[in-house]
Design a protein. Structure first.
Length: 69
């Protein structure tokens, strides 16, 4: 499964790398929404996928913070 590999990769990253990944995903989501609003987006399912990836990144950040405390 593709998502399991992605989550494993996220768990191996540091907090700074996760924050960079989160910022990049949010920028991508903004661009996808902009393209969708201007009818330039071909694959609308990508919006849902990026939103879920943002949630995955935030979950792992939270898990690492709780484990540190």
């Amino acid at each position: 499964m593709k998502t399991k590999g992605y989550v494993i990769d996220l768990k191996n990253k540091s907090a700074a790398e996760l924050n960079n990944e989160l910022v990049a995903a949010k920028k991508e989501l903004f661009n996808l929404r902009f393209q969708n609003a201007t009818n330039q987006l071909d694959n609308t399912a990508r919006i849902k996928e990026v939103r879920k990836n943002i949630a995955r990144i935030q979950t792992i950040i939270t898990q690492k913070q709780r484990a540190a405390n």
